[in-house]
Unconditional design. Structure first.
Length: 419
């Protein structure tokens, strides 16, 4: 008696199902790791830990009542529109309000020059999609914002650090690297830079713009912290420098001045690049949530965001002062640190014999946390050993999420842990 004709096929199918593996992940994902800061936050989530590691704005300073009122008004007045699809470019009322804010700060802007994004992090991703092919060179500051390094890594870019000093990247070094490597873009955070807290002076910004104009280079100017100034005078954007108008993309965000949970950012770019980013956004998420955009526009119309930001900056300035007052006693002799005029971060460099990554877990056991500096560094050609030595002895400290008393106690714990 013969077996049914279907039996061999069934057995073969079952065998193949048991032995075959699924295709591998894309090379871009395999090559890029997770965020060192996110991994550290998972370790430091215990409530007893005084956490200088995060990059979160202080939640007690959110204007929760004002934001809630904006949402209530939007749902009362335009509920159907708030819950409907929207254009990829963004809600006209929000874009017009953002254009007015840019113009008032010395950068004449039309609403059609703006694309609303789901946080400024998405703006970086859209720019990488629009500008970077695998193997293209991207220039960055050193140390550099970690999430930007992730974006460029996922795009397959070759990331090279531009040497700099206390004022930021040096124009001569930038020019040399542009001539040698023909990069697609320079990424910079000129205001209260993450992770160092430093600000690029106006003269340096103009020199960077001149190099980009003369040699052909896109500048991506990321400004999430610029409104959080405690002291000193505001420095004009690179985008407003002569020669930079047709090659600078300015990124902004409500995350640090209104609320990060809204996930609202934007980019201002020349027309052709803006169109390319709009196409990339259509493919990514179609548009940023309508209700969040309308609520932000309503908030800007009904509330004084600038007054709110001044209140936040005043508190952040007091917390920065508390960290500056105590950090000299906490760090070992021979250490140096920055004195930011705004933003959220202070950067410290210990003597070269210290390794802040190796010391991290012991310090956390003392009930305080920081971010080791090494992950923020990029090794340039023939510079890997030098960068490794520099990065091992550095740390980033966020001063905005603790009160002055908590900061004082955290620095006492930090000093004990480092000793």
């Amino acid at each position: 008696m013969t077996a049914p004709a279907t039996a061999p096929a069934t057995a073969t199918s079952a065998s193949a199902s048991a032995s075959a593996s699924v295709p591998a992940f894309a090379a871009r994902v395999r090559a890029v790791g997770g965020s060192a800061v996110r991994d550290i936050l998972a370790v430091t989530a215990r409530p007893e830990v005084i956490n200088f590691a995060g990059g979160l704005p202080a939640p007690e300073l959110f204007d929760a009542e004002g934001v809630a009122a904006a949402f209530r008004d939007v749902f009362a007045d335009t509920p159907a529109r708030a819950l409907q699809y929207a254009t990829t470019e963004g809600e006209p009322a929000l874009r017009e309000a953002l254009a007015r804010r840019h113009t008032a700060r010395g950068l004449p802007t039309d609403a059609d020059e703006l694309l609303v994004t789901t946080g400024s992090q998405q703006a970086l991703s859209l720019l990488a999609t629009a500008l970077i092919d695998p193997g293209d060179v991207v220039l960055v500051e050193n140390p550099c914002y970690l999430a930007a390094l992730q974006v460029f890594g996922l795009a397959g870019a070759r990331v090279i650090a531009v040497p700099g000093d206390e004022d930021g990247i040096t124009p001569g070094a930038l020019e040399e690297l542009v001539v040698r490597h023909r990069p697609k873009l320079l990424y910079t955070v000129p205001n209260f830079r993450n992770p160092t807290g430093q600000t690029m002076p106006g003269e340096r910004r103009a020199a960077v713009a001149e190099v980009a104009a003369r040699l052909g280079l896109w500048i991506v100017e990321d400004d999430p912290y610029g409104e959080l100034r405690f002291e000193g005078e505001r420095v004009p954007w690179i985008a407003s420098c002569p020669g930079a108008e047709d090659r600078t993309v300015l990124l902004g965000s409500f995350s640090k001045v209104m609320a990060p949970g809204l996930r609202l950012g934007w980019l201002r770019a020349p027309a052709d690049l803006l169109r390319a980013c709009t196409v990339a956004k259509q493919a990514a998420d179609l548009h940023t949530p309508t209700v969040n955009q309308l609520a932000a526009a309503r908030y800007l119309a009904d509330r004084d965001l600038d007054a709110h930001v001044r209140r936040v900056a005043r508190v952040y300035g007091e917390r920065r002062d508390a960290m500056l007052d105590g950090i000299g006693d906490a760090l070992p002799e021979g250490s140096t640190w920055t004195r930011p005029e705004g933003g959220m971060f202070l950067w410290a460099r210990l003597p070269e014999s210290y390794d802040t990554a190796a010391l991290f877990r012991g310090v956390v056991e003392r009930g305080v946390a920081y971010v080791p500096g090494a992950p923020f560094f990029v090794g340039g050609p023939d510079r890997a050993d030098q960068v490794d030595r520099a990065g091992r002895a550095t740390m980033r400290l966020c001063f905005v999420t603790q009160t002055p008393d908590e900061i004082g106690e955290g620095l006492r714990r930090l000093g004990a842990g480092l000793r």
